[in-house]
Design a protein around this ligand. Sequence first.
Ligand code: SF4
Length: 262
Amino acid sequence: MIKGNGIQKHIPEEKIYVNGSVNRNLSEEVLNELNILFENSHPDEILDWGFQTFGKKLVVGTGFGPSGILLIHRLVAKNIPVTIFFLDTNLLFDETYKLRAVLEERFGIKIVPVNTDLSLEQQSQNYGDELWRRNPDKCCEIRKVIPLQQYLADKKAWVTGIRRSQGFTRHETNIIEWDPLNQVVKINPLALWSNDRVWDYIDEHDLPYNPLHDYGYPTIGCIPCTEPVSSGEGERSGRWKNSNKTECGIHLPAQNFNNGRK
Ligand code: SF4
């Protein structure tokens, strides 16, 4: 039986664990069962299940967007003692770093930076100046994808704030997924939430948010790759504007990885 907040989840634990480790081949059947179970669940229930199932091997990633702030608020409200981290590329907006400090102060938490050992100066020496202009995939790989892989190497599951409504690359996001790139379970408690519903929550609870959202930035990443959008443009259309790139590589759909299996 899956552990979880006193709820009877009739999925045998051995389907999730093999010899004490998360089953690397979580079947589509188990994932489907979990997603049906949690389809109408409050994020609290999903976070509870994640912590009771994976304990301290569960971590929560945030990019400091409204979804991440909502999840941090729920973790604090439920007193779920998991590590919260962010990918610090050293290229984030001042407003983002200030928001991190505000959240830490308000909620009495630490939000751990995860980063590459390669400084921006070393990156310029090795790959040339402004790699993000010439080869953003390589830049993201160095500053986001590999650091995340290394960080998750000894974890069993991570929580993200991604939602289906964020754009076509995320339309098939499920609440519980297998993350083939990092070989861990990926939990997206807000997968089925709309942007409006998230913002209503932020307003209702008077939560802090990045002030750049009030200046035309629906989503905010690194400075060189984030621009404001015009009315009617998609939520993520300000990211890597004027290029075909739509994702940094940490949230690629599972089908990009041989149907989700290595
Ligand atoms: S978002 Fe841009 S600056 Fe940030 S790591 Fe990716 S390519 Fe580099």
